[in-house]
Structure formats: structure tokens, C-alpha cells
Ligand binder design. Structure first.
Ligand code: TPP
Length: 945
């Protein structure tokens, strides 16, 4: 291959070739390509201007030129042409800096605030300040292609206004923080090409105006008709509704059959009406008060119901691509708590659980989260949820986050609410693109959604749209904004509504007449008035409105068959010990797992084995299982090993995903180090997958209180508030083993305090067989309820806590285990306890001598087994005293929640005594010797020795 004649080169021709090369390297002759790529120094020596251009232009558009050219060693240019080239080179460098500035900080000059506050700007955006100055003449000589620009225009002079319009208009972008080069380049191209900012047709614009008229009309009508009732008006962010319309249509186009929506109070009623499709009449009925509407959960059933702006709803919308379900998830007041629930729900919708490993297809459902501008940066759950977005076990293929940014949180201004410039800044740390958009430019707002969803579809990641608007009224309709934001309130009062502004724009553009625009607004009010009048006519005479088709399920704990035939268990046990050809499990582990074969025949089935057999038996019965938690694949205490790791290759294998006859998925994932988001996620998953057994395991039970909001607001109260229940199962290691205040207690007392109206099941098993039956019952019981299990640590391997094949092949979960010792007539003292302390008591040297003492175990703490406890007491005819023994302090553990139950069930005249730690502020001792002393004292006191 000959080297091109560089010396005799015409600079213009070379520039042309270079331009062609940059556009498409394959388009230039091979020898030139080779020169540009491998011998730029030749070019540098002869054509310094061109080489510098090459250097700049082969940078990736970040303005950081990849140094394809070694440090310049070129002779100084002596001719006029060379001097001109030098100027061009300097110009290109300045132009690249300018382009970079628009991309990096253009948002600082963008007109994002509908109230017209001046953007701060940035000096880097001013071409006049660059050295050399980008004079108009120089701008006209710089080819746009060299700058890797995607806006139209052949030269910088053509492109600059478009660049400015693109980056500093009513949409602004923050994408340059994204670490993936391909994503960055794709986004630049998508943004600059303007393909998502297409001009709307006249019909589309009129439709948009009609929607804005409906949004505004409804808010106004409600405010006027129901003075002072809370509606948390969306006004100032009205365009949020058409943005959701756009997102739904695009999701449907992409093949989704569901959009799962999570949002707080702001604009929720409007979203219910216009996005979910709840009829005006129903919403008006709710405003008319309880005398016309039955609470979601009727009071005879003991349900509390919930305020109207917390209730979930579901609707179906038809789109050109087919019907799509919109699910608005129920949520509490606790801002952002719904975020992980939406993710979990979506993940469940996206997962086909009919195959052994499950199949996740993110195109099936789109999660949309609407955040407040104060809560997005303020609530830590947002960060925890964002951290789930790209994890194999949690991804939903990208969430559309919409920050409903009204520039105030209740009465608190951004200056007091966050340390960052933008409400959205947290998202930057997660490589998430951020689009800011002015809520008074509805067309730009729709464009931001189009770009966001195209990005999600292309890359499968989260995207944030920061919708910058204002709040036309106070925080709610009983609030006076002028008390605290007088200037803002005054500015807003003078500011036209977005409907008015958009109507004016359409009138100006000749799309409609003013009269037509006014008619659109009037029509909405007429429609609302008619719906309201029709409703009023039904007062007093009407049939009660149709009940929700969900109902609070009846009593829990239905009988189900939890025993599994011995032969089936043998077969499953063998399959669980199987690994593929060539797979080498850890040598130590092989021995441990092999012992499971002997345990089956000789007894000593430990916790891990019983759990694996329960799971395996359910999978072959077609029940899907999802198990997550910190280090759950192995198990914190190394007792589970559901996922094996090849000692040579590091590859993994989960036998539970390869059972011969399994007809359901076994999903197992180590979770990130989060409780709040992870428990919320599993709650959402379990709610959307009622047929599955969904389990979350705490590293130690102590940490579950990181998820307290999910426990209080969803798991415990969801049934009463929203008729929402799940079979979510929490495995919480609990037990006093001398590991200090933070590794002892799962705060059993908290769950017992929350338990009422059969909303929960709470258990603590003392044998692996009981655990086996409990898990199976939880999965198979037709009545779904959350289950909280206090799980063991030391008992995981304790011989006495092990079970036999017969224990699993027969029987059932027993809420109470009586003392197995035979001589009941001699018993004068009955000690009732729960959990691990049982083994401390019966294992104590004094137990053998205490023949007048029986020790029974309460295995199900809630619902309390009243009849069985009565029968237990009745089984000891000579009883003189009853004791509740616990290792927890008196203000913790089960005592305070079940004392009255014991009082009710014990024989009259038999006193009930408490034995355990005294009232304590901290759950347990920090020193192992102090722990041992206290355990010994408790056991002796229980045995009365
Ligand atoms: C976890 C939590 N803490 C406090 C509150 C009380 N509260 C209700 S609304 C609100 C302000 C929310 O501001 P923002 O997120 O900007 O939403 P906006 O109401 O402005 O739409 C606060 C503090 C709450 N609901 N949840």
C-alpha cells in the first residue's frame, strides 16, 4: 500500500478526505484511512493544521481529544495558508469547548422556571469569551461535522443557534455524567437531532389543549364545590397528566400490557380521573362524604379504609397498540415509601414464573414513579430504590421517574430542603439521564417523555424527568401559601394557567379560535356539573355503589396438607444433591451436603435441609418461590447453600432450579444492603404474585426495623386500609446467644403489637420439621397473610432441633408443642415459652431433677391458639402455677402481648408468673459473660430451682 503524497497535498482536499473519514472511515481510500489512523505524525509533520483537526475530531465528542497524535514537533508555519490553518485549528478547539459547555452546563442557562426566574447561566456558554474568539467569520469556516454535532447545519455558524435552542430552551439535559460511552453518544444524538421534539400536528395540539382543559377544569370544579376539602391540586403542574398519557401510549407501543404507577398526594385525584379512568361521578361521590360511599373496607369487617388520595385503583385504557392496564398503587402518607413497592409489583408482572428459573421480560410492564421535589432528595428510600435499578434480581428494565417539581415542599423552600442545585441531583450518582422541562411548555414536556422512554427502551435503565412548575395554591386547600411564600404566591396569582397560555399559542398559530378554546374549557365544567347533578339525584334513593370485587379474606390458618410422602422427599433430596457433569462444589461443602442423605434415613434433618425440601416440594407442586435477603443464597449462618459455586470456575448452580418435575420458578438473589427498599420490593412483588411464596430474610432480625415503614404501613395495615394482603414471609433471625444488643432480637414485640384482626401470622419454630410444615402451610393456605418467622441461629444445627423423615412425611404445623415427658399427673408447674430458650431450659442440668415441671412451647404467637392453650393447661390436672418464660426483657418479647391470652386460658386459681429479663432499654447484654449469667438465672427461675 502506497503512502499518499502528503507533501504535495492540497489542504482543502485533505480536509475533505478527513471529513469523509470522520463521517465514515470506510468511505475514504484505504491508504488515507491508514494514514489517519496509524501515522498521524506524517500528517502532523507536513500538515500541522490538519493533524490537529484530526486529533480533535477523533475525540469522542467530550472535547477531551484522545491523543492520536504525539506531542507536536512540527515546524512553525511560515506561509499564509499555514497561519490560516492555525487560526482554524484554534477555532475548532474553541468551538469544541463551546459544544462541550452546551452539553455539560447548557441546563444552567435554560428557561426552566414557568415563573420566569433568571437562570444562573455559565460563562463557558458565551462564544465571545472564548480564546480565540469565535468570530462570525470563523464560525462560518468551522465544519459542524468536525464537532460531532447532531444539530442541523454545515458550519458552527449554522449550528450554534440550534445548539443554544436545544440546550438552553425550555428543556435542559444532564447526561454527561453517564459513564457509558455508547449511552452518552446515543443521548447526544437523540437530543441534538431533535427527533423527539417533533412538531405536533394540529389535531394533536387540540387534543393536548382539551386534556389541559380537563385537568384544570376538574381542579377548579372540585375547589369551588367542596370548599376547603383536601384535593392536593395539581395546578401549576397540569401537564403531568398529558405526560402520563404519552408515557402510557408509548409503553403500549413497546409491547407493555401494564403501567404500574406510584405517586403521592399531589395531583393524584386528577391522575385517578384522567389517567386511570375513574369516572367523575365516583370521585364526586367520595367528596360528598361517607354518607354516599361505602368505605373500601366496610366497617363491619373492621376495616379502617383510607383517605381518598391514598387509595389505589386500576383501569384499562385502549391505545392504538391495544389495551393497557393502569395500576395506581395504594400508598400511605409516608412519602416515597411506595417507590420500591411499585418496582416489586412491576417485576412480578414482568416475570413468567412457569419455568424452573423464571423468565424476566421488562417490555411487559412499565413502572412510573412520580416524586415530589422535596421528597426526592430528602427521603433515603429514593436512593435505596434507585440502587435496585440495574440489579439482576430487581431490575424492571428502567423506571420513568417524574419529579413533580412545584419548587416548594409544604412551606419549605429548596434552599432549606436540599444541599444540591436540582431536586434531581441524587440520580446523577446512579448514571441516570436527567431531563428538566418547563411545565408551561406542554409540547416540550411531551418531548421529554418521548426521549425518556426511547432511552429506557434502548438501554433498559431508569430515567428522570424533572418537571419544573409551581404550586398555584397552598400545600392543600386548607392552606394559605401567602403566609410563608408571599412573593411567590403573588407572582403565581398573576401568572396565566398553562391551559390559558397554550390556548393563546394555538390561537396565535391559527390552529383554533379563541372561542373554540373557551368552549373546550366550558365543556369540561358542563360535564362535571352534569355528573354532579346526576349524583345528587341519587342521594337517599340510590342503590349502594357496587362493592369492590376484592374482599377481606375470611379467617386464616385453613387446613392444608403440608406432609409430603416419604418417597417424594427421598427423590427430591437426591435431586438437590445433584450437580451437572464437570461441576465441582467446594470440597468441604460436599461432605456437608452428602450428610443430608444420611439425615433423611437416620434423623437429624437440619434447618437448611428441611427448608430446601419444603421449597422443592412446593416447586414440584407448581408453587413459585422467590427468596431474597442479604447473603441469602448461602445463608448468613452458612446453613443454606441454595446456590453452589464451582471451586474451579466460580460458576454457579442452584439445584432448586433444576428439579425434574418442577413446574414453577425458584428465584433466589442476594440482595443489596438495604432493608427498607428490599422489604418494600418484596411486598410489591408478593402483592402482584399472590400464587407465589415470596420470602425476605434479614441478616439478623435486628435490622428489620430499617423497613419499619413498610411493616407498619403496608404489611400490617394494608389489609385494613386497602384490602390488600400478601403471603410475604419475613425470616428474622432472633434469639439470645450472647452476640450483643444488635444481634439478638428481631423485636418480636413490635410485630405482636401490630397484629390484630388476623392481619399477620407470627411464628417461632423450635424444630426443623415445624419450619417445614409452616413454610408449606404458608404457601398452600388459600388465605394469604404475611408471615413473620423468628428464625434461629444456633438451632440451625442443634441436634435436638433436627427432625426425621417421618416428621416431614406426616403431621402438620403445630401451634403448641407440649412437653413430651409422660408423667403429667406429677406436674405442678407449667412453663410456657417460645423459641430458643426452650432448649436452654430443657438442656439445663437442673431440668432432669425438676420432675414437677413441664415445659411447653408456643410455636405460633399470632393468631394466638386459644383453644389449644386451654387444652394444654387442661392436660395437667394438678397444676399449681403457670409461668411464662422468655429471654427477652419484660418490655420486649411476647409477654406483654400474650399475657392476657394466658390469663384467659389458664385454669382459674392458677397464678401466672413472669420469668425473663427485667425491663430494659437495650435488648441484651454486650458482654458474653453477663449474657450467660442472665440466661442461667432465667432458666433456673423458670425451673424454680
Ligand atoms: C415521610 C414523610 N414525612 C413527612 C411528611 C409530611 N409532608 C406531607 S407533604 C410534605 C411536603 C412534600 O413536598 P414535595 O415532596 O415537594 O411534594 P409537594 O407536596 O410539593 O407536591 C410533607 C413534608 C410525609 N407525608 N411523609
Amino acid at each position: 500500500m502506497d503512502r499518499p503524497d502528503v507533501d504535495g497535498l492540497n489542504a482543502g482536499y485533505a480536509a475533505l478526505l478527513l471529513e469523509q473519514y470522520l463521517d465514515n472511515p470506510g468511505a475514504v481510500p484505504e491508504e488515507w484511512r491508514d494514514l489517519f489512523e496509524s501515522e498521524p505524525e506524517v500528517l502532523l509533520r507536513r500538515q500541522p493544521g490538519l493533524a490537529r483537526l484530526l486529533e480533535l475530531a477523533t475525540a469522542d465528542g467530550d472535547g477531551h481529544a484522545a491523543p492520536v497524535v504525539p506531542a507536536p514537533a512540527a515546524p512553525a508555519p511560515t506561509t499564509a495558508v499555514a497561519a490560516e490553518d492555525e487560526e482554524l485549528v484554534g477555532g475548532v478547539a474553541a468551538a469544541m469547548a463551546l459544544v462541550k459547555a452546551f452539553r455539560m452546563v447548557g441546563h444552567l442557562a435554560a428557561r426552566l422556571d414557568p415563573l420566569g426566574s433568571e437562570p444562573p447561566g455559565d460563562p463557558a456558554l458565551e462564544p465571545e469569551r472564548l480564546i480565540p474568539k469565535l468570530t462570525p467569520d470563523l464560525q462560518a469556516r468551522i465544519p459542524a461535522k468536525l464537532l460531532r454535532l447532531y444539530v442541523d447545519g454545515d458550519t458552527l455558524a449554522d449550528a450554534l443557534p440550534r445548539l443554544r435552542e436545544t440546550y438552553t430552551g425550555t428543556i435542559a439535559y444532564e447526561i454527561e455524567h453517564i459513564s457509558d460511552h455508547e449511552e452518552r453518544v446515543w443521548l447526544r444524538q437523540a437530543i441534538e437531532s431533535g427527533r423527539y421534539r417533533r412538531q405536533l400536528s394540529r389535531d394533536e395540539r387540540v387534543r393536548l389543549l382539551r386534556r389541559l382543559s380537563q385537568v384544570e377544569g376538574m381542579e377548579r370544579y372540585l375547589r369551588r364545590s367542596f370548599l376547603g376539602q383536601k384535593q392536593f391540586s395539581v395546578e401549576g403542574l397540569d401537564v403531568m397528566v398529558p405526560m402520563l398519557d404519552e408515557a402510557i401510549e408509548l409503553a403500549a407501543t413497546g409491547g407493555a400490557h401494564e403501567v404500574v404507577l406510584g405517586m403521592a398526594h399531589r395531583g393524584r385525584l386528577n391522575v385517578l380521573a384522567h389517567v386511570v379512568g375513574r369516572p367523575y361521578e365516583t370521585i364526586l361521590r367520595e367528596f360528598e362524604g361517607e354518607r354516599t360511599i361505602e368505605a373500601v373496607v366496610s366497617s363491619e369487617e373492621g376495616g379502617s379504609g383510607d383517605v381518598k388520595y391514598h387509595l389505589g385503583a386500576q383501569g384499562t385504557r385502549s391505545t392504538p397498540s391495544g389495551d393497557i392496564t393502569i395500576t395506581l398503587v395504594s400508598n400511605p402518607s409516608h412519602l416515597e415509601a411506595v417507590d420500591p413497592i411499585v418496582e416489586g409489583r412491576t417485576r412480578a408482572e414482568q416475570t413468567d414464573r412457569s419455568s424452573r428459573q423464571g423468565y424476566h421480560d421488562p417490555s411487559v410492564a412499565l413502572p412510573v414513579l412520580i416524586h415530589g421535589d422535596a421528597s426526592f432528595p430528602g427521603q433515603g428510600i429514593v436512593a435505596e430504590t434507585l440502587n435496585l435499578e440495574a440489579l439482576a434480581g430487581y431490575s424492571t428494565g428502567g423506571t420513568l421517574h417524574l419529579i413533580a417539581n412545584n419548587q416548594v415542599g409544604f412551606t419549605t423552600e429548596p434552599e432549606s430542603g436540599r444541599s444540591t442545585r436540582y431536586a434531581s441531583d441524587l440520580a446523577k450518582g446512579f448514571d441516570i439521564p436527567i431531563v428538566h422541562v418547563n411545565a408551561d411548555d406542554p409540547e416540550a414536556a411531551l418531548a421529554s417523555i418521548r426521549l425518556a422512554l426511547a432511552y429506557r427502551r434502548r438501554f433498559g435503565h431508569d430515567v428522570v424527568v424533572d418537571l419544573v412548575g409551581y404550586r398555584r395554591h397552598g400545600h392543600n386547600e386548607q392552606d394559605e401559601a401567602a403566609y410563608t411564600q408571599p412573593l411567590l404566591a403573588a407572582a403565581i396569582a398573576d401568572h396565566p394557567t398553562v391551559r390559558e397560555e397554550f390556548a393563546a399559542r394555538l390561537v396565535d398559530d391559527g390552529d383554533i379560535t379563541q372561542e373554540q378554546a373557551d368552549d373546550l374549557a366550558a365543556d369540561v365544567l358542563t360535564e362535571l356539573r352534569q355528573a354532579h347533578e346526576a349524583l345528587k339525584e341519587t342521594f337517599g334513593t340510590a342503590e349502594p355503589p357496587p362493592r369492590s370485587d376484592t374482599h377481606v379474606p375470611a379467617a386464616t390458618g385453613d387446613e392444608v396438607v403440608t406432609a409430603v410422602a416419604a418417597d417424594r422427599l427421598r427423590a427430591l433430596n437426591e435431586q438437590l444433591l445433584r450437580v451437572p457433569e464437570g461441576f465441582t462444589p467446594n470440597a468441604k461443602l460436599i461432605g456437608q451436603l452428602e450428610r443430608r442423605r444420611d439425615a433423611l434415613e437416620q434423623g437429624g434433618i437440619d434447618w437448611g435441609q428441611a427448608e430446601a425440601l419444603a421449597f422443592a416440594s412446593l416447586l414440584v407442586e407448581g408453587i413459585p418461590i422467590r427468596l431474597t435477603g442479604q447473603d441469602t443464597e448461602r445463608g448468613t449462618f452458612s446453613h443454606r447453600h441454595d446456590v453452589l459455586h464451582d471451586a474451579n470456575t466460580g460458576g454457579t448452580y442452584a439445584p432448586l432450579q433444576h428439579l425434574d418435575d418442577a413446574g414453577a420458578a425458584f428465584e433466589i438473589y442476594n440482595s443489596p444492603l438495604s432493608e427498607y427498599a428490599c422489604v418494600g420490593f418484596e411486598y410489591g412483588y408478593a402483592a402482584a404474585a399472590p400464587e407465589a411464596l415470596v420470602l425476605w430474610e434479614a441478616q439478623f432480625g435486628d435490622f428489620v426495623n430499617g423497613a419499619q415503614i413498610i411493616i407498619d404501613q403496608f404489611i400490617a395495615a394494608g389489609l385494613s386500609k386497602w384490602r390488600e394482603s400478601t403471603r410475604l414471609t419475613l425470616l428474622l433471625p432472633h434469639g439470645y446467644e450472647g452476640n450483643g444488643p444488635e444481634h439478638s432480637s428481631a423485636r418480636l414485640e413490635r410485630f405482636l403489637q401490630l397484629a390484630a384482626q388476623e392481619n399477620l401470622r407470627i411464628a417461632n419454630c423450635t424444630t426443623s420439621g415445624q419450619y417445614f410444615h409452616l413454610l408449606r402451610r404458608q404457601a398452600l393456605d388459600a388465605t394469604a397473610r404475611p408471615l413473620v418467622v423468628m428464625t434461629p441461629k444456633g438451632l440451625l444445627r442443634l441436634k435436638q432441633a433436627g427432625s426425621t423423615l417421618d416428621d416431614l412425611a406426616s403431621g402438620e404445623f403445630r401451634p403448641i408443642l407440649d412437653d413430651p415427658r409422660p408423667d403429667r399427673d406429677r406436674v405442678e408447674r407449667l412453663v410456657l415459652c417460645q423459641g430458643k430458650v426452650y432448649y436452654d431450659i430443657v438442656g439445663h442440668e437442673e431440668h432432669a431433677n425438676a420432675s414437677g415441671v413441664a415445659v411447653a412451647r408456643l410455636e405460633q404467637l399470632y393468631p394466638f391458639p386459644t383453644e389449644r392453650t386451654k387444652a394444654l393447661f387442661a392436660g395437667y390436672p394438678n397444676l399449681r402455677e403457670a409461668v411464662w418464660a422468655q429471654e427477652e426483657p419484660q418490655n420486649m418479647g411476647a409477654w406483654r402481648a400474650i399475657r392476657h391470652r394466658l390469663e384467659e386460658t389458664k385454669p382459674e386459681g392458677v397464678p401466672l408468673q413472669y420469668v425473663g429479663r427485667p425491663w430494659r432499654a437495650s435488648p441484651s447484654e454486650g458482654y458474653p459473660t453477663a449474657h450467660l449469667r442472665e440466661q442461667d438465672r432465667i432458666v433456673r427461675a423458670a425451673l424454680s430451682v
